[in-house]
Design a protein around this ligand. Structure first.
Ligand SMILES: C[S@@+](CC[C@H](N)C(=O)[O-])C[C@H]1O[C@@H](n2cnc3c(N)ncnc32)[C@H](O)[C@@H]1O
Length: 408
């Protein structure tokens, strides 16, 4: 076994790693390898994803990689434009007004830019939440969030609290998550002639055609009742069997996650924005290779085994799964729509028209951002917004243009 090289798979166009990155990734790889050895030769893909993203000091979100923005690996909507977070603030205002105030809890806040802009906008609208809590697993990101908020809205920093786990007490208010569900570890499965099998992660000492010696590889696990039950349930809801050789994913932690959030919410709303599909689109027979997507310095590809600890790994969200879980625990599916309709409903064009047009450069830049956030083919239709509510029932502005909840 040689663990002194990092596999680039077939992706010869990926940027070269620095020496520091290489040694970091090798340490991550050793950590994964030792767990594979300890567990008898294979770990589940969900466990691999958990290690690669969240292992303290080594995982992608828990070590020092830049991650967000032009110098990082990907750009999220709040990083792209403050108009995105300003629109969300307008949706929050409507809900907070309706339920008589409350808190905002943001899950996985990245650099903290969304928190800062929402607080600023709600301050201007005179609807500040009682507090703005951020649940963030990564210590490094918690530090970055504090810096961003201190820099942009120092006068509102005292409203912000950081949590490492969900609050134990009841809360009234709004739970927000942008591109958080896609970062939850997923299980991957393959439909074989004898039924669905879990695809785990193993180690091989074989040299690949590219000559690399990084030996992480997929392995078909033994028959396992939990995967058979999960896939049978999905197939029963779809009304058809998934074809042989079909590969896809599901998020095993999603149910407990939503249960835990729902348990603490007395009145209010959950709003999640992410890329994903209804179940019928997610498990469409043509989508036969699943939805895994990895990002390294703005290169998107589908190999989760290269650059462990240095690249982001995501999977699309099955929004029907989310809606089903929610409805089973008495959360109302208030809305589901594409990001573009949500932003139009929240007034993005009005916000743009308030920008000083005589400052041509600034105006054109904001107009460009609106295009990227809303155009089909860009973020406009790839990203979806779902809102689950409890204890109040009003039509919400984000879903006023088009509400597609019946598609879930
Ligand atoms: C793709 S980033 C999105 C960051 C930010 N929301 C944005 O839009 O720029 C995913 C974020 O989710 C966080 N995260 C992932 N799993 C989490 C969990 N179980 N609880 C809280 N945060 C989580 C990560 O640490 C990271 O901040």
């Amino acid at each position: 076994m040689n663990m002194n090289q990092i596999n680039t798979g077939n992706y010869t166009t990926l940027p070269k790693l620095s020496d520091i990155e290489t040694s970091h990734s090798i340490r991550m790889l050793r950590r994964i390898h030792s767990e594979i050895e300890k567990t008898g030769g294979a770990i589940s893909f969900a466990r691999f994803m958990e290690l690669a993203l969240y292992e303290p000091a080594l995982g992608y979100y828990c070590a020092g990689a830049r991650k967000f923005g032009p110098d990082g690996d990907f750009i999220t909507a709040p990083e792209l434009s403050i108009l995105f977070s300003r629109c969300l603030a307008h949706q929050c205002r409507e809900i907070l007004d309706q339920i008589g105030g409350g808190i905002i809890l943001e899950l996985g806040a990245g650099t903290g830019i969304m928190a800062a802009v929402i607080l600023q906008e709600l301050h201007t609208l005179d609807t500040l939440p009682e507090s703005y809590a951020i649940l963030e697993l990564s210590f490094e990101l918690r530090m970055r969030q504090r810096q961003t908020i201190s820099k942009l809205v120092p006068e509102l920093l005292n409203r912000v609290i950081w949590l490492e786990q969900l609050p134990r007490s009841d809360i009234k208010g709004i739970v927000l998550g942008n591109e958080v569900l896609d970062a939850l570890p997923v299980e991957r499965f393959l439909i074989t002639t004898t039924g669905p099998r879990r695809l785990g992660v193993a180690w091989t000492d074989m040299y690949t055609t590219t000559g690399s010696t990084n030996g992480l590889c997929w392995t078909e696990c033994k028959e396992d009742q939990s995967i058979i039950t999960t896939i049978s349930k999905i197939e029963a809801e779809l009304g058809y069997k998934l074809p042989e050789n079909y590969v896809s994913e599901y998020a095993p932690q999603l149910t407990n996650w939503i249960y835990a959030i729902s348990d603490m919410l007395t009145t209010g709303a959950l709003i999640f924005i992410d890329y994903g599909y209804s179940r019928r689109e997610y498990y469409h027979p043509d989508r036969a290779d699943g939805t895994l997507l990895c990002h390294y310095r703005h290169h998107a590809h589908t190999d989760p085994f290269i650059f462990p600890g240095l690249q982001d790994i995501t999977a699309s969200v099955d929004f029907t799964a989310l809606a089903n879980i929610a409805q089973s625990i008495n959360l109302n599916l208030a809305g589901y729509t594409s990001q573009n309709y949500f932003l139009f409903g929240c007034g993005i064009m009005e916000l743009l028209s308030d920008v000083d047009i005589t400052n041509t450069f600034h105006y054109l830049e904001q107009a460009r951002q609106v295009k990227l956030l809303t155009l089909p083919g860009e973020m406009g239709d790839r990203f979806k917004v779902i809102c689950l509510t409890r204890g109040f029932d009003i039509p919400l502005r984000g879903f006023s243009i088009r509400n597609e909840r019946n598609r879930l």
